[in-house]
Every structure is written in C-alpha cells, then in structure tokens.
Write a protein that binds this ligand. Structure first.
Ligand code: DQA
Length: 151
C-alpha cells in the first residue's frame, strides 16, 4: 500500500485551541483523518507526524524518504528559517506540497517568504484545513498513475 507522509511543524499540535480565529477549529487529528479519507479511495494510507522540533521533523523526513510516495508539509514558523528542514526536503525524492492554514501573505511581513516553497511541487495557503485535502488531491494527481491518466 502506498503511503503519504503528513508533516506538521511547531505549534500545530495545539490546533483547534490555538488562535482559532486564524487557524480554525480543526485539530491535527481531524486533519490527519481528512487526508486519510481523501486518499483512501486510491488505496493509499497516511503517516501523520507532528513535531515541535526541527530536528525531529528532519529525522522524520529521512526515515520516510524511501517508504512514501509523497508528502504534505505544514512547516509552521519553520517556513521562514527552517534551513535544515529545507535541506532534508531537498533530499526527499518524491513530490511534496507545502500547506499553510492561514493566508500568510495577508499577515505580518515576516511570514511572507518561505525558504521551503521553492522546492515544493506546489503550495496551498489560506484555505484552512481544507487546504490539506487539496494538497492530498494534488499528490494523487502527481503520483497516482490512474489519476494522472484521467486528467
Ligand atoms: C502557519 C503559518 C505560519 O506563519 C505560522 O508560524 C504557523 C502556522 C499556517 O498554517 O497558517 O505556525 O504555517
């Protein structure tokens, strides 16, 4: 069975409780379930990992380099300066999509640049938890042979 890595970075473990007016009411578990639901039809499964430490995220990317068909990554604030996560993703061989729940360009200037985005296959911002579903659909489109044939 093909596996998708779902990576959530610092402060995303408290989603649902964290500034819900910005990030919404969904928890990381809700998000993991919705991504699993999105890819289940294709026979894929999801490995959801949330880590507040950059080193833990780097290790997770390494550990899943060969065993996953793609990844969905919300790096949280590591988008701005997560250079070691960036390098880990540079060595990740499959497509991956960067997701941000909030529209980072409508917020403070320090959130306007991602050091990861130039390496991503695509970026989804500002659509809340639904953005993860869209990222899952994009991975299906990019990686699943049946889906690619249909489009
Ligand atoms: C975020 C946006 C980042 O700027 C912020 O540091 C986060 C969450 C988002 O999903 O909107 O932690 O990645």
């Amino acid at each position: 069975m093909s596996t998708v890595l779902l990576l959530n970075g610092p402060n995303l473990g408290i989603l649902g409780d964290r500034e819900p007016e910005i990030y919404g009411h969904h928890t990381v578990d809700d998000i993991a379930r919705s991504v699993a639901d999105e890819v289940a039809g294709a026979g894929w499964q999801v490995v959801p990992v949330q880590d507040d430490c950059e080193g833990g995220l780097v290790r997770t990317v390494h550990a899943h380099r060969r065993s996953t068909v793609g990844a969905i990554v919300n790096p949280g604030a590591l988008m701005m300066a997560g250079w070691s996560l960036r390098d880990a993703l540079a060595a990740y061989p499959a497509p991956w999509i960067e997701v941000h729940l909030s529209n980072v360009w409508a917020r403070e200037r320090f959130r306007h640049e991602s050091v990861l985005a130039p390496l991503a296959s695509g970026v989804v911002v500002g659509l809340g938890a639904f953005g993860y579903r869209l990222a899952a659909r994009a991975l299906l489109e990019l990686c699943h042979p049946d889906h690619a044939r249909r489009s």
